[in-house]
Design a protein around this ligand. Structure first.
Ligand code: 8YV
Length: 320
């Protein structure tokens, strides 16, 4: 007898093959390159025992109810879970699977890349080379900001935040300060107030989850408190930033630059004010996108599915 499993995407090759090999699974999988349309998900999820989903799928009450009472697991290809209605899932006794830890290095690498790119005017540099702006050499042309002796402020010094701090430490960062709910033991950094972090940091790195507390915490007032030479980097969720305020702050040169892997909405529309700012580097939410990491993440989702179908504890469960 077959268990229905819905996947809103294809997985990486090894994991895809493994999923297709499972003889006890009736796999219903979206094959398109784009996000599985919501009406399709609402239809397909009916009768499913497990759902394999991703960040761009909104797993709200309507989806969980459309599934029916046999749904046991929602497992997501992410460490973030702000796209899942945890409250309804709990009420319905649906387990949540996620992919912590394995994406720390890949995401921290990308955060370092974005910090460097924003600090060293990579967007203007590439544009100059490609569009004829590289004509002459001037001493001050495309000068950016160096790390040596500077202060790094991390908002949310969890696993990823610490891994980014380690990477940027190698570039000469002198002082690490952070803001968060708890003091981190064994970390060579200082827990400070948000005001202090904004005032003292040369690089502000956002690595915290999106919650009602962190929603739009970076607004015009926050950017106004930052240094004029500050570089703002966000690899968490677009929702922690009031994006129009960020665009305004960059335009008015309240801060020097920004590097973003996450925006609101995603994809970022071509006519969004951030697109035309040469001091804002935007990447399309690819923090965990390395072959190694994504294959591992896909494998974890399958481990979760196989466990739940055998009524076993799932190995990568979000404990609530
Ligand atoms: C996602 C992410 O995995 O893990 C997260 O929370 O934001 C990314 O690593 C990726 O966008 C696919 O959902």
């Amino acid at each position: 007898f077959l268990s229905k499993v819905v996947a809103t995407r294809r997985l990486l090759p090894d994991s895809q093959a493994r999923l297709e090999r499972q003889e006890n699974i009736d796999l219903v999988q979206w094959q398109g390159d784009n996000t599985m349309p919501r009406d399709q998900l609402l239809k397909d999820i009916k009768g499913a025992e497990a759902l394999i989903c991703m960040l761009s799928d909104k797993i709200d009450k309507e989806v969980l109810e459309a599934a029916g009472p046999q749904l046991k697991l929602v497992t997501t290809l992410s460490v973030g879970f702000d796209h899942v209605d945890l409250k309804t899932a709990k009420e319905k006794n649906i387990k949540i699977g996620y992919t912590p830890e394995v994406l720390t290095d890949a995401t921290a690498d990308l955060a370092a890349l974005l910090t460097l790119a924003a600090a060293r005017n990579m967007k203007q540099g590439i544009d100059a080379v490609q569009n004829g702006g590289w004509q002459d050499w001037r001493a001050a042309w495309l000068c950016g900001h160096q790390f040596t002796g500077k202060t790094l402020g991390v908002v949310g010094l969890g696993r990823i935040g610490q891994a980014v701090a380690k990477r940027l430490g190698a570039f000469g960062i002198d002082r690490l300060i952070y803001w968060g709910r708890t003091k981190k033991e064994g970390v060579d950094g200082e827990l400070v107030s948000m005001d202090e972090l904004l005032k003292d940091s040369d690089f502000v790195l956002v690595c915290c989850p999106l919650t009602p507390d962190t929603k739009e915490m970076f607004d015009y007032e926050a950017f106004k408190k930052m240094k004029k030479n500050a570089i703002f980097v966000n690899i968490s969720r677009g929702g922690v930033v009031k994006q129009d305020d960020l665009a305004r702050a960059l335009k008015e040169k309240l801060i020097a630059g920004a590097g973003l892997d996450v925006t609101t909405p995603e994809p970022l529309p071509l006519d969004d004010p951030l697109q035309s700012l040469d001091n804002c580097v935007v990447l399309p939410h690819i923090g965990s996108a390395t072959f190694e990491t994504r294959e591992t993440m896909c494998g974890m989702m399958i481990d979760n599915v196989l466990a739940v179908l055998e009524d076993k504890a799932i190995p990568y469960e979000l404990k609530r």
